[in-house]
Design a protein around this ligand. Structure first.
Ligand SMILES: C[S@@+](CC[C@H](N)C(=O)[O-])C[C@H]1O[C@@H](n2cnc3c(N)ncnc32)[C@H](O)[C@@H]1O
Length: 263
């Protein structure tokens, strides 16, 4: 459970306008969002081609399921996958639980837990998961908190288990990173286009909502910049924690999917 000591400002971000079902409005701005999410499922599929061959169940720990977009990708990757999905935001969990409750198969394959991911990891047995997976969650943590989370993930993964993270990883080259930031900023302008459209059909209140959403995501992006992790920093962390077979997927502006196997 979240305690006062480990609550970060980030924890509150998804309890207001960016949270709940409205979180999915992000798809209006980032046209590659679904393709990016699918990279996590593909990374898991690829890993399972050579690992866990005889396993009847693949135990996946997911941090920050949000509205369930990533969770679905994990489920779709292999019929043996069972996910424990940990999120500390009730507004997000309400949405995802509601969505998943309507699909019988999903009910038996996903367990949602309301908890802070660090506290949850601390409560898990060592080497108890085959897979850790997450999208768009770890990058927001403060570096200290994130390091603690990743260190614990490495302890809780089985030997030969995989870490998959689709997330913001800044390019180490400053110019390339600036270009990525510009790309994301431009995408958020699409919220203004949506606002213009809905002002004609749904009125000004709805249009204002989308303009506010644009502002919030832009603020969020600059907040993320303060705690950003670069590709090389993540590689160094993998080396320190004894991960191998590091593979990077396709980059979409600021985000990219990485997988690494625990030795
Ligand atoms: C940006 S959403 C990502 C949702 C989904 N994975 C996706 O890619 O669409 C991040 C999620 O992480 C959750 N989260 C943030 N801090 C957390 C923490 N310390 N422990 C568990 N979940 C956390 C938020 O509540 C939110 O639902």
């Amino acid at each position: 459970m979240t305690t006062q000591q480990n609550i970060s400002s980030y924890d509150a971000r998804f309890s207001s306008i960016l949270g709940g079902a409205e979180y999915d409005e992000l798809l209006l701005a980032l046209d590659w969002y679904n393709e990016f999410e699918s990279q996590t499922g593909l990374a898991l599929k690829k890993y399972l081609q050579n690992h866990c061959i005889d396993a009847t169940e693949i135990k996946v720990l997911e941090a920050g399921p949000g509205t369930g977009i990533t969770t679905l990708e994990l489920i779709k990757a292999d019929p043996r996958v069972k996910v424990v999905a940990v999120d500390n935001e009730p507004k997000m969990l309400d949405v995802v639980k509601g969505r998943f409750a309507t699909i019988e198969e999903l009910k038996s394959r996903v367990e949602f837990v309301m908890a802070d991911i660090l506290a949850f990891l601390e409560s898990c047995l060592d080497e108890s998961f085959d897979v850790f997976a997450s999208v768009y969650t770890l990058h927001n943590f403060t570096p200290d908190f994130r390091n603690k989370v990743i260190e614990l993930i490495s302890k809780k993964l089985k030997k030969g288990g995989v870490f998959i993270n689709g997330d913001k990883y800044a390019e180490d080259d400053e110019e390339a990173h600036k270009k990525d930031l510009d790309g994301e900023l431009k995408s958020y302008d699409k919220f203004d286009d949506v606002a213009d459209e809905v002002s004609k059909t749904e009125g000004l209140v709805r249009a204002d909502h989308f303009r506010q959403v644009r502002e919030e995501w832009i603020n969020h992006m600059w907040e993320d910049e303060k705690v950003k992790i670069t590709v090389n920093e993540q590689i160094e962390m993998f080396e320190k924690l004894g991960f191998t077979d590091v593979e990077w997927g396709k980059r979409y502006d600021l985000v990219i999917t990485v997988s690494a196997v625990k030795v």
